[in-house]
Design a protein. Sequence first.
Length: 135
Amino acid sequence: MNKIEHIGIAVKNLEESENLFSLLLKSNSYKRETVESEGIVTSFFKSGDTKIELLASQNNESPIAKFIEKRGEGIHHIAFEVDDIEEEINRLEQNGFALINKTPKQGADNKIIAFLHPKSTNGVLVELCMSVDRV
């Protein structure tokens, strides 16, 4: 794993949260993107070399809606950049980590992603991500 690529934050209202984080980080969101397969809209901010990804639900059945209903707004996941996502998935599985995604899938921000189950990472949802241009 190379570095923290981004921190995902679940939010109820994307516009209000964009305003809040614009004030907090003294910069505006540089990108909004809909991820239809997850039923979410994302908004990205930069903070140094790390990105902050706001995640808002498009419907009550999305993973983000369920997360907010259960836990409220807040940190949803930490994403790590990897050079070879399939190699990392295999390495982690061989070392006993539980995977939510054994096969990488398309994510936001031009990334291929896979999630580790929080039950194997001390309650933290961990995302692996690799730039599509590395594929």
